[in-house]
Write a protein that binds this ligand. Structure first.
Ligand code: FES
Length: 93
């Protein structure tokens, strides 16, 4: 099972293959915050430190939003991400 290492929380959480990060955060107490849950508010912005290839590909709406925010290349919206392998993330500041 994929493991999500959340550096910000010093927590490693195992998830089912293809599991949405937003569901993982609802199942566990994490410091990743959510607002719109639809890729439109930026509350859930995270940095992928390792394992970018194990996060679901970015869709147009997420890409457009991150460009508007001038996000770093490794930043993603957690509400739009599913996990298929071991990743390491932290909450964006
Ligand atoms: S919760 Fe709003 S962009 Fe993810």
């Amino acid at each position: 099972m994929p493991k999500v290492n959340i550096l910000t929380d010093k927590k490693i959480i195992e998830v089912k293959d293809g599991y949405p990060l937003i569901d993982m955060c609802e199942d566990h107490d994490t410091s990743i915050l959510f607002g719109c849950r639809d890729g439109a508010c930026g509350a859930c912005m995270i940095k992928i430190i390792e394992g970018e290839q194990f996060v679901s590909p970015m869709q147009d709406n997420e890409r457009d939003f991150l460009e508007t925010m001038a996000a770093a290349p490794n930043e993603r919206l957690a509400c739009q991400c599913k996990v298929s392998g071991d990743i390491t993330i932290e909450v964006s500041e």
